[in-house]
Design a protein around this ligand. Structure first.
Ligand code: ADP
Ligand code: MG
Length: 400
């Protein structure tokens, strides 16, 4: 991992203006925030800077206003939730550049916190317009990026501005980058990757990258069906991308060349209808799936074998559930393997990093999210990282 500066590298910031990029793109229902996880993630950074006497200006986007003011997408919708998490008053500034911001800074005392308006109300944000970035930077003394989840976008508030002010990673960004580095950048070997979920097509680049990085690639979920079909298995009515058979074969060949062992299930849980606890439920060998059956989870023998694989590994990276985990009993394999990974992590035998919207939900459902070494809630940025892509927001911090 290339080095980047953290809050530990800050000198005396008393009275200085910190521009802090955070993630306030919070899920809302009926005007109220339904999940404040992202605010809690950045609270340590905000409070540390305020505690050191900086005037803290929060920068964030909210929704997709596409470069125009939209009253329903003011980031001030999150103000109550932010104040509740911080236990501090936060001033809202309905601009992002110019004299209104300047005046507000004049009123703020060292240690005060303010929130600037939705970065995406201005076209310069997503265009990464250097003039827009410079106008934001003009009001700050230094920049802190604590929004890993937005780091895959080269926008003015995530990338451009990092070149114009002294730039630092916030505590949440720092923790995320260290965890990801321990998982794939510079991991303890052997490394296992679990890739599951619905479709191969959404994770082609992930699979192609992982075969060159890990010793064991465990494929589950709907995408295992595509690989099984490519190997001549009749998967019946299962979710399967038959048109990707040759792509699946290429991935298997690349794995073979790179010395990566690919694990496909040899038993599966099938049913004739997509419903909870259906009457047609049964477990069988992958070669025994009937034409009117669907594979909805990997089987118990496969899970037992995979748990044994994890026991031989020192690092695990996980994206995607092994079955249709939203419905019982098709959550069984995911829950069981997640608990094995969590137990190994708690023993200190395994470093385990997981990410992905449904994956996080599945780990919470299994009750083990807190036992994993790190669970990323970053979504798109996490997937791009799993694809081996450089994230512009991170690169900018490394160059700073
Ligand atoms: P993530 O959000 O963690 O990246 P994905 O969105 O790729 O994960 O995949 C999650 C979805 O995959 C879930 O909705 C789950 O029901 C579905 N899924 C997993 N296994 C199967 C299967 N065998 N058949 C159909 N859907 C599946
Ligand atoms: Mg998903």
């Amino acid at each position: 991992m290339t080095r980047f500066k953290t809050l530990d590298d800050l000198g005396d910031v008393a009275g200085k203006v910190a521009l802090v990029r955070v993630d306030l793109n919070l899920p809302m229902q009926d005007g109220a925030v339904t999940d404040d996880t992202r605010v809690r993630a950045s609270a340590p950074t905000i409070l540390e800077l305020a505690g050191k006497g900086a005037k803290v200006l929060l920068l964030a986007h909210f929704g997709r206003p596409k470069g125009e003011r939209a009253s329903t997408l003011s980031v001030s919708m999150t103000l109550d939730a932010v104040q509740a998490v911080l236990h501090e008053e936060v001033m809202f500034i309905p601009e992002i550049t110019g004299p209104v911001v300047e005046q507000a800074i004049g009123i703020l005392q060292p240690g005060d916190i303010a929130m600037l308006e939705n970065t995406r109300f201005w076209k310069g944000e997503e265009a990464n317009d250097p003039d827009f970035a410079a106008a934001i930077a003009a009001n700050g003394d230094f920049y802190v990026n604590d929004a890993f989840s937005a780091a895959h976008r080269a926008h003015a508030s995530t990338e451009g501005i990092a070149h114009l002010l002294p730039a630092y990673a916030g505590r949440s960004m720092e923790a995320e980058l260290k965890a990801l580095d321990a998982a794939l950048g510079n991991p303890a070997k052997p490394v296992a990757a679990v890739v599951g979920g619905a479709k191969v097509s959404s994770k082609l680049d992930v699979l192609k990258h992982l075969v060159t990085r890990v010793e064991h690639l465990i494929i589950g979920g709907g995408m295992a069906n595509t690989f099984l079909a490519a190997r001549g298995v009749d998967v019946g009515k299962s979710l399967c991308e038959h048109d990707l058979a040759s792509t699946a074969e290429e991935i298997l060949d690349a794995a073979d060349k790179a010395g990566c062992t690919v694990h496909l299930p040899y038993d599966v849980v099938v049913a004739k209808e997509f419903a909870a606890n259906p009457a047609s439920l049964r477990t069988c060998n992958v070669h025994e799936v009937a034409p009117d059956e669907m594979i909805l989870d990997i089987g118990p023998q496969a899970v037992e074998a995979l748990a044994d694989v994890l026991k031989t590994c020192r690092t695990l990276v996980w994206n995607g559930p092994l079955g249709a985990f939203e419905m019982a009993p098709f959550d069984t394999a995911t829950v069981s393997l997640a608990r094995s990974a969590a137990a190994l992590t708690v023993e200190g035998a395994l470093v385990s990093v997981a990410g992905g919207g449904d994956t996080v939900a599945a780990l919470n459902h299994a009750g083990v999210a807190d036992d994993f070494s790190y669970v990323s809630t970053a979504g798109g940025a996490f997937l791009e990282w799993m694809e081996g892509k450089e994230l512009p927001g991170v690169v900018a911090l490394e160059q700073a």
